[in-house]
Design a protein around this ligand. Structure first.
Ligand SMILES: Nc1nc2c(c(=O)[nH]1)N[C@H]1C(S)=C(S)[C@@H](COP(=O)(O)O)O[C@H]1N2
Ligand SMILES: [Mo]
Length: 523
């Protein structure tokens, strides 16, 4: 047939075009999978290394593989068993992704469905890692969504009917999108990897820390200090729910091995302490309630923990602070600064350079490996986390981070009280109702808490025993509640006799004031 000979001369370029197209489709899938993994890796720097889709699947494979498979891997690959696993996973993912690319069409998104399926595997793995939570699926979800977008964009270029029949425009656009996607995936993957390795190193360092055995322990918590009223704040705040306030966009990552505290400025003897050198000293254990100056009346920015640390006053004695110095300017590894009156640090209170919180090394967000805790001062003038530098100086020479931004330079914690129960907007039945909450006036102590309803006479609340003047104190009050909408107010008096003021003040510059009140509907 004459036709045969004519088509056979065209077969070369047509077949080459078809082959190129197939390769481009396969490449689209592989690039899209690269975007999923790269973006996932980068985002896992925020949610934790275990939430990286690639490593979550890898770890899950290791954990779930039967003993014989693990033995086989170890006998076959020896110490290279992990790289072998990663190579195996990469090959498998590449093959699946190439298939996804080949079958994807704008009107039949089968490839997208395959990517989504891989995403479900990644999400499942990330969600089931030990200690994982809902946020750990986010890197995979965002990665898969972006991967599907890239896959659809790329395949759309391949299927675009090309004017002039040469496919020039579509091809050029395909190459541009492909190169951008490859560059973004690679950059995200490398950056994410580096951040994750840093974080893994710090988590490893934290795991190695043993909270020292403390001779000078915190007094045990007597019965009744925690009234254990359902819905009310517990006396000790567990680490996972302890409020967190700082300027760090990314939690500073510092190992104990890297940590140093340089003490300099107006001192007779400059020193730089390493972690091991710090731990040569005798730590003490204390329970201290921290409060943020930004806490609004009735707010939640306060927490009480058991801290282990080294008395700051002893360290200041070691370096011999000059007489005219009046400020300890402490700096964290990310450059944040705090100015604390030396007088307060040396007046006998338990100002600590803390290394442990509620029985564990400091959580990363709360300052690992070393932070300050000073009873009685708001956090912004006392509680430097990730602290690495102490300069002894003067208030008329130096200004700390928040003071430069209009906040005060000395900020003792103001006497405050808060209603915890009944919860806001929760109607209560007529009759006996328990009103309860907490009150604090750190380093002065709480003497009295009073409650009043609808601006009637103040009634004394029942106080829990006072644990220490450095901790908050729980209170409760029984109310014979008549039906209707009522307003309940609370006020505290500290042991210096200061009655909490009714006058409303904003948090800036040195702490909010005013009485906390709650509207309660009684049915
Ligand atoms: N490095 C550093 N330390 C910091 C801060 C900060 O922004 N950076 N914020 C301070 C403030 S304002 C408060 S209230 C406490 C809060 O400590 P927490 O996050 O452990 O509760 O940390 C203090 N230490
Ligand atoms: Mo704060």
């Amino acid at each position: 047939m004459p036709a045969t000979s004519s088509t056979s001369t065209d077969e070369g370029p047509v077949a080459r075009n078809a082959a190129l197209r197939l390769i481009a489709r396969a490449a689209s899938g592989v690039i899209a999978a690269g975007v999923v993994l790269g973006v996932g890796e980068l985002l896992s720097a925020l949610t934790g290394p275990e939430s990286s889709p690639f490593f979550a699947v890898g770890s899950t494979t290791v954990d779930r593989s039967p003993a014989w498979a693990r033995e086989f891997a170890i006998t076959t690959f020896g110490t290279n068993d992990k790289p072998a696993l990663f190579v195996g996973m990469s090959v498998l993912i590449t093959v699946i992704a190439a298939i996804a690319g080949i079958v994807e069409r704008p009107s039949r998104p089968y490839g997208s469905a395959i990517l989504a399926g891989l995403g479900v595997v990644g999400m499942y793995a990330a969600y089931n890692r030990p200690g994982a939570n809902g946020a750990d699926v986010l890197p995979t979800v965002v990665g898969v969504v972006l991967g599907i977008v890239v896959l659809r964009l790329l395949t759309a270029q391949l299927d675009e009917p090309s004017p002039g029949g040469d496919g020039g425009m579509g091809r050029r656009r395909f190459l541009v999108i492909a190169s951008v996607a490859v560059a973004v995936a690679a950059a995200a993957g490398v950056a994410g990897r580096q951040m994750n390795q840093r974080l893994s190193g710090v988590l490893e360092s934290r795991r190695r820390v043993k909270v020292p055995v403390v001779v000078d322990r915190a007094a045990p918590i007597p019965a009744g200090v925690d009234l254990e009223i359902p819905g009310a704040t517990s006396f000790i705040t567990p680490n996972p729910v302890f409020y967190r306030i700082d300027t760090a966009l990314q939690v500073p990552r510092l190992t104990t091995e890297e940590w140093r505290l340089r003490i300099h400025g107006m001192v007779e003897r400059e020193v730089t302490l390493s972690w091991d050198e710090l731990l040569l000293r005798a730590p003490i254990e204390r329970r201290i309630t921290l409060t943020c100056v930004s806490n609004e009346v009735g707010g939640e920015l306060a927490g009480n923990a058991t801290w282990v640390g080294f008395p700051i006053a002893d360290l200041l004695d070691e370096v011999e602070v000059q007489r005219d110095a009046d400020m300890l300017l402490s700096k964290s590894v990310d450059g944040f600064t705090v100015g604390t009156p030396i007088e307060v640090l040396r007046d006998g209170r338990d100002a600590l350079l803390a290394i442990a919180m509620n029985g564990e090394p400091l959580p990363l967000e709360h300052g690992f490996p070393v932070r300050q805790v000073v009873p009685g001062l708001y956090g912004f003038v006392s509680a430097t986390k990730w602290v690495v530098d102490w300069e002894l100086t003067r208030f008329d020479r130096a200004q700390a981070y928040w003071t430069k931004r209009g906040w005060g330079d000395r900020a003792p914690i103001k006497t405050a009280s808060r209603i915890d129960v009944p919860a806001a907007f929760a109607p209560v039945p007529e009759g006996r109702v328990t009103i309860a909450g907490t009150a604090w006036a750190q380093h002065r102590g709480i003497e009295r808490v009073e409650v009043r309803v609808d601006e009637g006479p103040w009634q004394p609340a029942t106080l829990a025993p006072q644990y220490s003047i450095d901790t908050w104190r729980q209170w409760s009050w029984q109310w014979d509640a008549p039906a209707g909408v009522h307003n309940v107010q609370v006020r505290a008096t500290d042991l210096d006799g200061n009655v909490q003021t009714e006058e409303r003040a904003a948090p800036i510059p040195d702490g909010a004031t005013g009485w906390h009140s709650r509207t309660i509907t009684v049915r």
